[in-house]
Write a protein that binds this ligand. Sequence first.
Ligand code: SF4
Length: 290
Amino acid sequence: MENLTEAFVELIRRASTDLPADVEAALRTARDREEAGSAAASTLTAILENVALARARSQPICQDTGTPIFHVRYPAGMSPGSLRAQAEAAVAEATRRAYLRPNAVDSLTGRNSGNNLGIGIPVFHFEEGAPEDPLEVALLLKGGGSENVSIQYSLPYEPLKAGRDLEGVRRVVLDAVHRAQGEGCAPGILGVCIGGDRGTGYTHAKMQLLRPLDDVNPVPELAALEERLLRECNELGVGPMGFGGKTTIFGVKIGAAHRLPACYFVTVAYMCWACRRARMEVKDGTVVYS
Ligand code: SF4
């Protein structure tokens, strides 16, 4: 297998400096819906200027470049260990080139590793494909402020009268957005997982954040819930950065995982407006980014 370290560095550069087109378009639509001169409109204008500058200068969109989360689907026969080593080398190099801020802190000593490598960081998820499949890598940079307002509920949740059904899910997701107001850098995107366990709930919820904003959930009842929650979240009026306004959330993306009979977790992975995701596909030595 050829060495893909430089291809990984470019993937990281793109994720960190070039906001996806669908998210940028959502920012523009949100700005155009607000009254000119309002706090919401000014905030969104400043964000859009920042996005354009970051792209033009190849500099991070936000000072917090987040946790790098790699989803790797590799063809059978390729070594995931080697891919991991190359991705880690790329993370260190991307930090040296200032595409990433040194973000990995030893939780006991408080010491920053300086290169974004440490225990549990970056995060990797590997999946094996068929031998003839391309290598596919999706990268998500998950900022800390948005991570702080992510939340997991165990249903039934008495304070909201949220039972173990989709109405219960709806209630806790709205509660999560209400609680996050003023934090987490709205407008945000919600990745939601119904089910799983405490750990896989967050993994599946974050995977939802890789979906484009305009996709439609193939499960009709989840598609309907996503649409309803998007409307209702925006009716809360939290607005950009919590200043009030018509757009609080750009998208709600819901997945479901199997669970134990005793458990019914609903996990809400909150993603800020800086929804930095990028993909690359490698086949026969050719790298394609999207
Ligand atoms: S929450 Fe997002 S936009 Fe806000 S500081 Fe963190 S990474 Fe940046």
